[in-house]
Design a protein around this ligand. Structure first.
Ligand code: SF4
Length: 620
């Protein structure tokens, strides 16, 4: 087998480790294995993986389709650009881009994703979608010309819309010839979407090579994808809807019974927070699926597709269908959230949903700048460990560019939280903000929104940018431009931490990262159920606990600090304000840059360090 990968490289040279990554990807795909690839964000793993896979599927003689799965629109941009570069270099590679169908649709509406899919099907079948009708009349040469003109994925979507076409259907028409399909996770991990999508392309799982970007997020994303909730407000609104649109009597009676059933648990949930219930309790009062289907169809037909409103009954319909397919790995709970009763169907063991996928695709590459250990991934996702290879280069920049401090007199541990601790953590943040002389971005990462809200009143900076649930990355970048010493308050695992790149050219503008408490996931029914499953699988309760709490916390710390190092000229000072950072069970999962931290056990102790810190940063 040939290792001449250079013929595909659209750049002048490889970056450190990049060629080895491409080679490892190539071997993995040729052997039909699964690769865990840890390689720094921004160092070029997208093109390395594409080259390795492309070379391998050509070596194997074709017939394979590569699904490059990305979580967000931004993450889908990179493979699109790299594949375009390959084409510009004269390499004949076909690719196409999909977002979720709702985002691609020609209409603007506010429906939930599932409701939209349902409605789109009706509109196509009944000939009510003008975009769809026009798309059927055009040919693939015209579609290819549109794709060639598009500069990026969003441009492709707007071009097709402007031409009166359905962007999704255009992409689907091009997917047959494409070697690479860039898409959202749902195209493979949502069973209904996958079956329809692969069926339309005449593909089986073993025809597929998966590349999954930012794969450290996969367990959480999959659990969210498979879990589903409704609350008493949804049930009441659905009742109104059924009445208004003249739905079936049986559906109306069911909603009344459902409401009184969950309200019967009000006192218990208020006292305990949540209560686990047997699904048969709900299913015993639910009508036949045909009745639910007819009611929903009736509502959607009458509401009309172009009305920007959503159906509440749709959510109930979906919840009950999910419950009817209830499986091991799920639990049903009633919770009280801000005095509203919620019914949550929680998927705590995603391996039951996805192990079949990983064990049946031809090959898969799971990539991230901070990837969990092999045993973690194989046990959580249910992957055969013998099929797994590993390639890990966690950093390509010198470890000397990191200066790490751990404060040992503070913690975000639940039992030690309170006003005294919040003030103390805030005092550290204030001292760091004042003590660092550099005009640069200071990034503070809290374990949760609640903790951020508790500590924020004591923070003194006048140039604060606070992450809220609706904060956009572009808004943050705009604000930073007008500030000298912006202090960004963000949340681990939040939107800013996953997506933000604050750079000037290749150089990061973040020089200081403060981890304001170790971001352990909050204890919940999900974590306690998952610990039980993993304890049985790993034959160790302690290891299961570490996998559920410690590993995610360490990944978040590494992600937070990694935001500041995007080139070999970047230097960063990381302050971890939590004594638990020194715990052996935490340290064993940390990477080299955290292995020798400087310890401070009080504010005065830290203040004495600033001459050293500022000298360190002056070499930037
Ligand atoms: S077929 Fe029509 S409704 Fe469906 S996604 Fe396309 S434009 Fe939207």
């Amino acid at each position: 087998m040939s290792f001449n990968l250079e013929e595909y490289l659209p750049y002048g040279r490889w970056r450190r480790g990049q060629r080895n990554l491409a080679k490892e990807v190539f071997r993995t795909v040729v052997n039909g294995e699964l690769l865990l690839a840890e390689y720094p964000t921004g160092a070029g793993k997208t093109i390395a993986s594409i080259i390795g896979v492309l070379k391998a599927i050509r070596e194997l003689g074709g017939g394979y389709k590569v699904f490059y799965l990305a979580k967000t629109k931004n993450q889908a941009l990179q493979p699109f650009k790299e594949l375009k570069k390959l084409r510009n270099k004269g390499i004949d590679v076909n690719f196409i881009f999909f977002r979720n169908k709702k985002d691609m649709c020609g209409f603007k509406h506010k429906m939930s994703y599932d409701e939209f899919i349902y409605t789109c099907n009706i509109y196509r079948k009944e000939g009510l979608c003008s975009f769809y009708k026009k798309t059927l009349k055009e040919d693939s040469e015209y579609f290819k010309a549109l794709l060639d003109t598009a500069e990026d994925p969003m441009h492709f979507i707007s071009l097709t819309r402007e031409n009166g076409l359905c962007p999704y259907e255009v992409a689907r028409a091009l997917a047959g010839d494409a070697e690479f399909i860039i898409g959202a996770y749902q195209y493979i991990f949502n069973h209904e979407i996958r079956d329809v999508f692969l069926g339309s392309l005449n593909l089986d799982l073993n025809d597929i090579v998966l590349i999954i970007d930012e794969a450290h997020n996969l367990p959480d994303i999959l659990s969210d994808m498979y879990s589903y909730s409704i609350n008493e407000i949804t049930i009441r609104a659905a009742k109104k809807e059924v009445r208004k649109y003249g739905g079936w009597r049986e559906s109306l009676d069911f909603l009344t019974k459902l409401l009184s059933l969950i309200q019967g648990f009000k006192v218990q949930t208020k006292r305990l927070g949540w209560i686990e219930v047997n699904p048969s309790l709900l299913l015993s009062i639910a009508p036949e699926t045909e009745v639910l289907n007819e009611t929903l169809l009736n509502i959607l037909r009458q509401k009309g597709f172009e009305t920007p409103s959503k159906s509440y009954f749709y959510r109930i319909h979906k919840f009950i269908l999910k419950l009817k397919a209830y499986n091991l790995g799920y639990t049903l709970v009633i919770r009280s959230r801000e005095d509203i009763l919620t019914l949550d169907l929680i998927c705590f063991d995603v391996s039951r949903e996805v192990s079949r996928i990983f064990n049946n695709v031809h090959s898969a590459v799971l990539m991230s700048g901070t990837l969990q250990p092999r045993e973690y991934i194989s046990s959580i996702l249910g992957i055969n460990p013998h099929k797994i290879r590993e390639f890990r280069i966690p950093r390509i920049f010198p470890v000397e560019n990191w200066l790490v401090y751990v404060a040992t007199d503070v913690t975000s541990k639940y039992s030690e939280r309170g006003d005294y601790m919040y003030r103390k953590i805030a005092e550290y943040i204030n001292v760091i903000d004042r003590g660092v002389g550099e005009k640069c971005v200071r990034l503070v990462v809290f374990p949760s929104y609640d903790l951020m809200k508790a500590i924020m009143p004591y923070i003194e900076s006048r140039e604060m940018i606070i992450e809220r649930e609706d904060t956009s990355i572009s808004e943050v970048i705009r604000k930073i431009r007008d500030m000298d010493r912006p202090l960004i308050l963000s949340v681990a695992g939040g939107k800013l931490m996953e997506g933000i790149e604050i750079r000037h050219g290749r150089k990061s503008l973040i020089r200081v990262v403060v981890v304001a408490g170790l971001p352990f996931p909050e204890p919940s029914i999900y974590s306690s159920k998952l610990i039980d499953v993993l304890a049985a699988r790993l034959k160790s309760k302690d290891k299961a606990w570490q996998f559920v709490f410690v590993v995610p916390a360490v990944i978040r710390v590494r992600q937070s600090a990694g935001r500041a190092v995007r080139s070999d000229r970047d230097r960063v000072v990381v302050f971890v304000l939590d004594k638990r950072m020194l715990n052996e069970k935490v340290r064993k999962y940390l990477s080299l840059e955290f292995s020798n931290p400087r310890i401070v056990n009080g504010i005065q102790n830290l203040e004495r360090e600033f001459a050293f810190i500022n000298e360190f940063l002056s070499h930037n």
